[in-house]
Write a protein that binds this ligand. Structure first.
Ligand SMILES: [Zn+2]
Length: 394
């Protein structure tokens, strides 16, 4: 009969508007049944998850897992199946000159599904800064590598930062957009100049270049080049994004998330489709920590649990054009499942400009199922585990 039955949990699957105490059965690496009280006779493995929350496998739309090539690359399974996450987009850690290490040295050694985007800088994020001269971009080599790894590379990445913009100006995103268009892939653009050097209104030239299916990441950056002007108002080109079919991702990272910016952007009606980490080795230790911690921050910003789960499941699946395979517990889909603990408490989390926010709900990963295989969560990024830092009275 079934390979696996998860029994007694509360299923929340926004892709189907499904919520309730339901069992989930898996067979042959796919979702076989989602109903109350599944008959477990003959099931190879039954796991009692009473009191836990069951969601489609979480998707982190922006992380860095080029481990062993880039110094900041996190081991994919540490950011993935051991952290409640079943699929990770590597957001441009590699470029044309380094990409070949992904299929050779990274992907075969991890259970977590990694969907890489290719950086328009040919060395990717192997060095910091990434683009240091016009020759850092080789459009022909980029197109050739995408063609050689057809189906594996899922998008092109560009970063609106100095010194890339000082050297190339808008030619930088233009070349990235050309690479994306000629490869029939989406473009993901990092906004927010971490060096705080380039003109902050560069966003007004960037956004009209984006087409439906492209992705803006770091929506709530407090750095110059974000979607709000000096007075905290959305620039007109950002307001137009609401109806333009451009995906909005709120990757946090160590440098690109302000709670105040988030509240202003949300108040003006611009809502991100996705929550992601921009996880790196140093980001895991400080500031970002994990995708579940990011989800807790969005609960703190006023989103509901169902909304937050949708922003890490069905929405990123749609961004990736994988909604028929990922991001849902519908029967027949790939058996990617996250089992989480929703905890009540009193914690304080900090954005990248040092502003704190008290939150009263946090998520902790318990189990992850990837293509039918079960993984337990590891200890977590903090000395005490997965929960955010406790609140200390001043
Ligand atoms: Zn990143």
């Amino acid at each position: 009969m079934y390979d696996l039955v998860l029994r007694g949990g509360t299923v929340i699957d926004p892709s189907q508007g499904l919520r309730g105490q339901l069992d989930v059965a898996v067979e042959g690496g796919h979702i076989a049944e989602v109903t109350a009280e599944i008959d477990t006779t003959g099931a190879k493995r039954v796991i009692d998850i009473s009191g836990r929350t069951v969601t489609p496998g979480l998707i982190d739309l922006h992380a860095h897992v080029f481990e062993g090539v880039n110094e900041a690359g996190v081991q994919p399974d540490l950011a993935g199946v051991r952290a409640g996450v079943t699929t990770i987009v590597d957001a441009g850690s590699s470029g044309a000159a380094t990409f070949a290490a992904f299929p050779r040295h990274i992907l075969p050694h991890n259970a977590t599904e990694v969907l890489p985007f290719l950086h328009i800088c040919q060395t990717g994020l192997a060095t910091n800064p990434d683009i240091i001269a016009a020759a850092s971009i080789d459009l022909d080599a980029t197109l050739r590598v995408v063609a050689e790894h057809k189906g594996l590379i899922r998008g092109i990445k560009a970063r609106m930062v100095s010194p890339a913009l000082d050297i190339l100006g808008m030619e930088m995103p233009r070349l990235a957009k050309r690479a994306a268009r000629e490869s029939h892939l989406p473009l993901m653009v990092h906004i927010g100049d971490t060096q705080k050097r380039y003109r902050s209104d560069v966003i007004r030239e960037l956004l009209p270049m984006l087409e439906p299916g492209d992705i803006v990441t770091h929506l709530f950056t407090a750095n110059p080049g974000g979607v709000v002007d000096g007075g905290g108002r959305l620039v007109p080109e950002a307001r137009e994004l609401i109806d333009r079919g451009v995906w909005l991702d709120a990757a946090h990272g160590r440098l690109n998330f302000g709670f105040d910016v988030a509240r202003r952007v949300l108040d003006q009606g611009l809502v991100p489709h996705c929550i992601s980490t921009d996880l790196t080795v140093p980001g895991r230790r400080a500031t970002v920590h994990s995708l579940v911690e990011m989800m807790g921050r969005f609960l703190g910003l006023g989103f509901t649990l169902d909304q937050v789960i949708g922003m890490c499941t069905v929405n990123p699946a749609r961004v990736l054009g994988e909604q028929e395979r990922l991001g849902s517990l519908a029967v027949g889909r790939q058996a990617d499942i996250s089992v989480l603990d929703v905890r009540q408490g009193d914690w304080v989390v900090y954005d990248t400009v040092g502003e704190g926010m008290r939150i009263s709900q946090a998520l902790v990963p318990v189990l992850t199922v990837k293509r039918g295989q079960v993984f337990e969560a590891e200890w977590g990024p903090h000395a005490w585990g997965w929960e955010p830092a406790g609140y200390l009275a001043p």
